[in-house]
Design a protein around this ligand. Sequence first.
Ligand code: NAD
Ligand code: IPM
Ligand code: MN
Length: 362
Amino acid sequence: MNARIVVLAGDGIGPEVTQEAQKVLGAVAEKFDHHFEFDHQLMGGRAIDELGTSLPDATLEACRTADAILLGAVGGPKWDNPHAPDRPERGLLALRKALNLFANVRPVKVTPQLIGASTLKEEVLQGVDMVVIRELTGDAYFGPRKEAGEEGYEAYDTMLYTRPEIERVVRLAAETAMGRRKKLASVDKANVLASSRLWRRVATQVLADYPELEVEHVLVDAMAMHLIRRPASFDVIVAGNLFGDILTDEASMLAGSMGMLPSASLGDILNAQELPLGLYEPIHGSAPDIAGKNIANPLATILSAAMLLRHSLGLTAEADAVEAAVEAVLQEGVRTPDIAHTGTEVVGTQVMGDLVVEKLLA
Ligand code: NAD
Ligand code: IPM
Ligand code: MN
């Protein structure tokens, strides 16, 4: 097949990890006889520096017409000035919103080989295999807000959800659970927040259509605890934008590192007539503390590329092959520093990418 993939390398380690994912996609093209065109576009900090805006029109247009989008990460201390009119992160939020990518699918699976890399005990990690579906275009991220300014007295963000926003993401989570172990946990803070009470009410109504599902409504503070106490008991978790963001960084430590967790940001895939445009992004950020050192773990981005193959290009065998190649490399005890532990061989970003390619082409 021919596909045009927009690559938004971004800032910090973004270019380093997307380069490795692109290498792997190149190897997939070679092995399976596809043609992938990589269309590099600016977004985030570099876009502010070069074009004066975090989401240039040309980037948005290229994304709209692409078959899929691969993102590294954006942001960094250089652009953290609170008075700046634009921020790298704003570009990412605007892109998700413009493309209506309301569901961020974040699979958290503990590979047996990486149990030793986690800070948690082996017996807690056995059998962990969940998908967190994070709502991505609502909540305090997009509600009315007031900035304080230099001498400002007050500032606020509004945690705002509408019924349709909740309905569509909960339905997607329910359908996902129906294709898995039929368990769904919905996260909210309904004991305190009005938006969460609406979330719970709407979720309950939607889930009435799925009597086969085993459903639990969990308060977000308790969820933060349950995630590390009984992670294997979760199958699909659905949460609002902010809660889902926080809980998945926590959940990444089940898988050993932020550098291991991929994600797919998708729109209305339940009613889609054709393969959906998606934005594929590791859950981690631009990691300024390790940028430019060739030590970042590229696997989250490589696994995001596997999700891209599966969801936006419909290439299931190819996606499986990438995931198998990653597993084979881990099986051999090769690790980037973030997932290294006793008895493993430590390699850099580029060698990790090369080894995945080698396994894929073997
Ligand atoms: P971060 O995810 O960049 O880093 C947190 C910690 O995890 C750091 O110690 C980092 O070294 C480590 N880490 C992250 N990814 C790694 C990888 N692939 N391999 C090895 N270690 C890795 O979060 P932060 O430091 O809080 O944020 C840095 C910047 O990134 C901020 O500007 C933030 O807004 C931005 N950010 C962007 C995205 C995105 O573009 N999707 C996501 C999260 C944060
Ligand atoms: C993520 C990031 C982003 C978010 C930031 C950079 C806007 O943390 O993708 O998880 O909060 O959505
Ligand atoms: Mn995040």
